[in-house]
Design a protein around this ligand. Sequence first.
Ligand code: ADP
Length: 783
Amino acid sequence: MGGKGSGISMDKIPCVLVKEDKVIEVNEEFIEMTEYNMDEIIGKNIEKVFSLLRGGPCIDAKNIDEKADYFLFTKSLEVRYINIEIVIEKEEIRYIIIEKQGSKFEIKHSYLSQLCKSNDIGVAVYSVPDMVLIKANQKYLDFLEPPFNKSYYSIGRKIEKIITNWKESHVAEFWQQAICTGELVQINEYEHIGYERGITYWNSIITPVLEDGAIKYVVSNTSEVTEQVLNRKRIQEQMEVINLQNRQMEAIFESMPKGIFVNYKDANILLQNDVVRKIIHSPSKLRVFNDSHKYIKYFTMDGKSIDFEETPSFRALSGKKIKDERIIVRCSNKDMVLDVSASPIYDEENNVLMSVASANDVTELVNSQIEIKNQKEQLKAIIENMSDGLVLIDKSGKLTMLNKSAEKYFYTMEIMGEDRDNSDITYFDISGNELRKEELPSKRIIKGQIVTEFRILVKKHNSDIYICINGNPVYDDNGNFLFGIMCMKDITEKVIQEKIIRLQQDSVLRAEREKNEALEKTIAMKDEFLSIISHEFRTPLNVINSAVQAMKFICSDDLSDKAKKYLSMIKLNTYRQLRLVNNLLDVTLASAGNIKINKRNLDIVFLTEAIVDSVKTYAAHKDITLTFITLCKEKVIGIDDEKYERILLNILSNAIKFTPANKSITVRLGVKINNVYIEIEDKGIGIPSEKIDTIFERFGQVDSSLSRQAEGTGIGLSIVKKFVEALGGSISVKSEIDRGSTFTIFFPNEEIAEDISCKTIDDLLSDNKLVQITKVEFSDIYL
Ligand code: ADP
């Protein structure tokens, strides 16, 4: 019994007596049940004692529920299921521990106990629902991280306390599933993250165990499969790498420009790439090497048939190494030229395992080589038969090739400049300057120059030979000089012909020049003659005119009407004659470029109005309304009044001539920024469109028909145009048949810098000059 005596025996039920929270007494039964010594219990705080006993679930010494099922663990860590009763005696509390019936797990669940003893697989028993570790074998404990790999630290503890990261791991869900369904759950290779040693993998079988119809325990049979999983994963990764490498190899293999195929000794084709498939025109892979001869025939380059056993890849299977053997392969009636290399591949025992062969399709190359050869021969034939001499030179200027024609040119060698010093040949350029050695075409070409149509005069033994040379250097792709090419032609005949032609041309030119000079002289003489004649005509005409005038004034009373009429006719015709003479003189002066312009600053408005006024009688006589409209009152510009009068009178006389009665003529004057314009608009018969372009040019057309001019047609407007242009202006016409014509003249809107004349407009008009001029200009129009 307990060390301190008294009545603690309590029907031999294990109990402890506590005073002021400390155990003061403990009975034999308690010691027997828990397997602890008295000393380990007595004097200890009661909370500490329950903790020592790993009591649970949630034993609170101060708040014991007598109806609750508790458990505790013996010193040898065997679980005991208990109820606790409390007896309070004055200041002492007695905790009576009533072991439940069948509480001994090792007896009640002896098979689980036995299972725990085997150490082949990790076995653990957890209580439900609090998930406290009741029992575990060392194998299981070894899975846990220190210190929980020792039963002292793990038994009686909750699962989340002993398995790192339990709450976060998904495995807890499987446990929950087993508890909820009451059925066994098998988990394979679940991944557990949280152990210091890294990620671990586990196989577990979670088995719920019933007691009294309710799940009381969960048994975990666990084995670690980390190594297997990791190994498998490593293998998988390696397989992926290998697969990738295989795919890469295959891509390289497929994209190789050469055809590649690998044959096993047993004649199975292991590999063949797309090029091979194209070569043998096989849509699907040719599986068996030996079959290939069914589709393919092999030939040497000179057309001899090759047996299948003699093909390079077959020979490689017997250990031979073949390098670039050129063969012809016939497949689907198509010939191909292949350069084939083949090598044997040995196994570890040095036996030939397979052969690898590469085939380069050189059909195009061979064909183009043949083509080139043919072309070369053609070219050679052309070159040989060319009439021009063709020469190739190396970079030192030495002759490397010459055609037949070049051979014929005895001077070819000399042109190369080789025998220059001992030769009696001299070379000249076409202008007759002697050529120095470095100026010779061959020397220039090797210096990189292009020689184009270079003419050389070769003098040898008193004979002159002319040669035309074209040539240029030829370079390789890297810009290195390969050779120079020179093409030469004997042009002696041509040069002689050219010389003759040139001489003939010279004499023709000379004759032409002399003819022109004579012509110019004649024209000048003609102009002078006309000028003199005109002047000479004018003087007597003026005298006749004055005489007629005088007769009219002085002898007016003595003359009969008839005589007066004849006098008027004489007067009118002298005016007409004067007009013709004036025009002839002007034409002559204009063609010689001798129009004299005498500009003065004058009021063009006043001047124009005066001129229009002077012809009003003529218009009125024909019942034509002549109106002058001006947009400004006065405008002073630099103008030659005499020329202007002639211009305007000429246009007005035409207007009156070609306008029928009862129609109108309007003269408008306006000023723009740069110009002064005068517009003479008539409502007359108009000018046909085919004529309008030439009315100012008439003079040119009628140059030789003086007789027509004498009739008074065709030169008036050409003189007008010349005068207008001499005054710095321009003239244009618009006309419509039966509607009338409008002549527009533009003069520059500017005054002359210095006006030294002292004449005024009044002066100009005072001596009746305008009337005289008008009479002359209007001599065609009868009043
Ligand atoms: P001419 O000195 O004979 O008058 P012009 O050179 O002045 O000759 O005129 C040439 C021709 O242009 C005239 O013969 C006439 O046919 C035509 N012409 C000139 N002005 C007019 C006009 N206002 N209306 C119709 N025809 C015109």
